[in-house]
Design a protein around this ligand. Structure first.
Ligand SMILES: [Ca+2]
Ligand SMILES: [Ca+2]
Length: 221
């Protein structure tokens, strides 16, 4: 049975059969915004939602050592924040991003994740102590308008879910008004073992560079 994570919850990566979860996907599923405007609800309009699932790797000194975010971010924008170009693989090749989804589910929840980062914990560079996963919205919408957004850890591949280990859901709620970034959670080492902490904090960050700065300043130490 998959664990339904609560905000602030910390879990061991131990499966029900006692073995460790080391090879898995971190996937994010979300929907486009459907408005039923117009006469008699005709003229249904779908507003694309471009969320970006990204992650940053932090060493034991709390320093940013690696990142995965969309290569579609313009370098002229990133360099204003001193950030390197986006990429889909971590330097140690332990993590890989499936690619940038620009729209979200158009016809309701398809049950599949729109952006996925595959993780092989056995390959993570020994210098990496924490891996933060976060979401940014590239459009004008905030998380009170996006119908659903969830993050989950599962075994399988980006196109085939074998077994869900844990999930964390963010529903469209008024308290997310103005919030465009979500720090979803982190993998972290404790006494040589990897654990996961569901953070679930929302922020009105204008872009992912602001969120990365926030993670390094407020969360990584
Ligand atoms: Ca995206
Ligand atoms: Ca989906």
């Amino acid at each position: 049975m998959a664990i339904r994570l609560e905000k602030g919850q910390r879990i061991n990566l131990e499966k029900s059969n006692g073995s460790k979860l080391t090879d898995f996907c971190v996937g994010c599923n979300w929907g486009a915004i459907v408005t039923s405007g117009g006469f008699l609800g005709l003229g249904k309009k779908v507003v694309d939602v471009d969320l970006d699932l990204s992650c940053v790797m932090i060493n034991m000194d709390g320093k940013l050592v690696d990142h995965i975010y969309s290569p579609l971010y313009k370098q002229s924008f990133l360099s204003r924040y001193g950030m390197p170009p986006g990429k889909v693989d971590s330097l140690d090749r332990a993590l890989h991003h499936s690619g940038d989804d620009l729209k979200g589910d158009q016809d309701g929840d398809d049950g599949l994740d729109n952006e996925i980062i595959t993780v092989d914990l056995n390959r993570v560079d020994p210098g990496v102590e924490q891996i933060f996963f976060f979401l940014n919205n590239c459009g004008k919408e905030d998380f009170s308008m996006i119908p659903y957004a969830s993050i989950r850890m599962y075994e399988g591949t980006p196109t085939r879910v074998k077994e869900v280990f844990a999930s964390y859901d963010v529903a469209a709620e008024p308290r997310y008004a103005g919030m465009t970034a979500l720090i979803m959670g982190k993998l972290y080492r404790r006494n040589g073992e990897w654990k996961f902490s569901a953070i679930g904090d929302a922020f009105p960050d204008a872009n992912l560079c602001e969120t990365i700065k926030r993670i390094v300043t407020d969360y990584a130490k």
